[in-house]
Design a protein around this ligand. Structure first.
Ligand code: SF4
Length: 316
């Protein structure tokens, strides 16, 4: 089944892929800029900013030499300006530590400011042509639906393993792009267009997601329902969960746009002493009271963390 999904999806991607500016380059710096911009922001909005940004800062050296104020100004209406500052800091670190060459190593990439596991994977795959697996909310949703089914709620570690298991190492670029394309255009969070999906004959979730709710199901989706889901998701996760990881565990249509909603729920639960939320290594981690230390997976800030939350010790 894996081989067929790979074939059909890549074939569809070759036929249907949108012509996006970052798909015309393999320059790791340009890929890095595009990936940071695409965190939290839709493709159509990113394109003019991406082109303007690279016209002004065509090389990582030119970005490192700029002032952060200028970088933020150019970032302007894209929002989440913290991304611009992290990108600028990463450029300076690459100049100082690697002589201007972006490192081709996942660990070293993840040590750069603002670069998490996903972004490092994207730079390695799309910039350096390395056969690496990675996932964000969209890719995770697509992989889970196709290979695990509509009720699966895999952990981060399980998603890492799944992404690696199904990666065609000789066509990693097209595979990862195809997963993103499918998640953005067909396998949508709320209402997947299964009828138009190139892998609907193989998918374990085909036709099961996005049906209208019956009246008796109205508790599903209520505030009380999601409070219970949060507690349930944290049960047994002694290391806690990053805010977006938690969001994805409690609702299948979760996107960064739901973050403010999730923050409010977590803040209320924290006030009532039902959960703890604290910043750890640049990320907010939520756990049941007395949950213990977090694991390595909590060390990123990238798209699954940017945006800030108002919970934990810095929330006053
Ligand atoms: S068949 Fe439906 S649920 Fe499965 S991947 Fe395609 S769009 Fe998503």
């Amino acid at each position: 089944m894996i081989a067929e999904v790979q074939e059909w999806l890549i074939e569809w991607y070759r036929r249907e892929a949108r012509d996006l500016p970052w798909r015309r380059t393999h320059d790791p710096y340009h890929i890095l800029v595009s990936e940071v911009m695409l965190q939290q922001t839709q493709v159509e909005r990113v394109i003019p900013y991406y082109e303007r940004f690279l016209a002004r800062f065509p090389t990582i050296e030119s970005l490192a030499q700029a002032s952060p104020a200028e970088v933020i100004r150019l970032w302007g209406g894209l929002g989440y300006n913290r991304r611009a500052v992290y990108l600028w800091r990463a450029a300076r670190a690459v100049m100082e530590q690697y002589g201007g060459s972006i490192p081709k190593d996942r660990r070293e990439l993840q040590r750069l400011p603002g670069i998490g596991r996903y972004t490092a994977g994207a730079v390695l795959c799309f910039g350096f042509g390395e056969p690496v697996a990675f996932w964000d909310t969209n890719i995770a949703r697509v992989l889970t639906r196709i290979f695990l089914g509509p009720n699966a709620r895999p952990t981060s570690q399980e998603l890492d393993q799944l992404a690696e298991r199904v990666l065609p190492v000789d066509r990693a670029y097209e595979w990862n792009q195809a997963l993103m394309e499918l998640g953005a255009r067909v396998c949508l969070a709320r209402r997947p267009r299964c009828g138009d999906c190139p892998v609907h004959e193989l998918c374990r979730s085909v036709g099961t997601i996005g049906k209208p709710r019956r009246r008796s199901e109205q508790f599903t989706g209520s505030r009380r329902y999601y409070r219970g889901r949060i507690i349930e998701a944290l049960r047994g996760r002694w290391g806690g969960m990053r805010l977006d990881e938690l969001g994805w565990a409690v609702r299948e249509d979760y996107t960064p746009a739901h973050r403010a909603w999730l923050e409010r729920l977590v803040t209320d639960l924290a006030r009532e002493g039902l959960v703890e939320a604290a910043e750890e290594r640049g990320e907010y981690v939520v756990r049941l009271p007395g949950g213990g230390e977090t694991g390595d997976s909590c060390g990123e800030w990238d798209e699954r963390a940017a945006g800030g939350v108002k919970v934990g010790p810095h929330s006053a």
